[in-house]
Design a protein around this ligand. Structure first.
Ligand code: ADP
Ligand code: ADP
Length: 237
């Protein structure tokens, strides 16, 4: 469960990116955060896994006050939260499975992760995650041989392999064509239904958000302007 209580976020340049945010997201929800560019969507997501510190209020994730975490605790906490980006953040010159295995060694320097140092159990988990997103047959293919949609699935598999409670996806379909974008959204839906992992997605394609998410949170100029079911959202909202 994620709870924002009167949360505000002001960046060091005095840019007030979030203001008076009050939200409660239950385990297993599929939430889309929508709003124009610069509204604060990315900031909202990045506060949840402590990529950014909040400036005001309280942010509680599964009973833990996120901003009270220190050093090692932050790393441990982040292991429970999968983060997916628009740009996939994969190492494109190595195989798909190596990219997924990286999630088992978050503390190692990148070159050591790439070289290996994984157990058989890790490998099984990685292959299982690839199967869940339908690209098991690509396990030993280099990432740069894959389409954008397949690469985003690798990113999703990498996150799944880490066995998270929450997946945060920051504009995961922004660089994909509409057909591929829907396939990736189908994957998120399937994962959410099958595993009960909470999924929170930033998205600027409103129609896609409405089609897939159970709940829509609309943000404008750092404030929540809509929070409700997708089917209740009308033009003037
Ligand atoms: P969105 O994801 O909705 O496009 P963001 O959360 O990225 O919005 O940004 C919200 C506002 O905060 C924007 O005005 C943006 O320029 C500003 N902003 C984002 N990141 C930073 C940062 N690291 N430092 C200063 N301002 C930032
Ligand atoms: P995204 O939309 O993927 O969050 P952006 O391209 O908007 O990323 O920004 C890239 C980086 O620059 C992010 O880390 C973001 O927080 C930061 N950033 C965005 N807007 C500003 C800003 N106005 N001032 C300083 N940093 C910013």
């Amino acid at each position: 469960m994620i709870e924002f209580i009167d949360v505000g976020k002001t960046y060091s340049n005095n840019m007030k990116a979030l203001e008076d945010i009050n939200l409660r997201i239950e385990k297993g929800e599929f939430v889309a955060v929508i709003g124009p560019s610069g509204a604060g969507k990315s900031t909202l997501l990045r506060c949840i896994n402590r990529m950014h510190d909040i400036s005001e209020g309280k942010l509680i994730v599964d009973g833990v006050e996120v901003n009270s975490l220190k050093g090692k605790e932050i790393r441990k906490f982040r292991q429970r939260i999968g983060m997916i980006f628009q740009s996939y953040n994969l190492v494109t010159r190595i195989s798909v499975i190596k990219n997924v295995l990286v999630s088992f060694a978050p503390k190692l320097p990148y070159w050591r992760k790439v070289l290996g140092l994984y157990t058989k159990e890790h490998k099984v988990k990685a292959l299982t995650a690839l199967d869940q997103v339908g690209i098991l047959d690509k396990a030993y293919v280099r990432v740069d041989q894959l389409s954008g949609g397949q690469q985003q699935r690798v990113a999703l598999a990498r996150t799944l392999a880490q066995n998270p409670d929450i997946i945060l996806a920051d504009e995961p379909i922004a660089s994909l064509d509409p057909v591929t974008a829907k396939q990736v959204m189908d994957d998120f839906t399937k994962i959410n239904r099958e595993t009960n992992i909470s999924v929170i997605i930033n998205i600027h394609h409103v129609e896609i958000a409405l089609e897939y998410a159970d709940r829509i949170i609309g943000i404008r100029k750092g404030k929540i302007v809509y929070d409700g079911k997708a089917e209740d959202l009308t033009e003037e909202n």
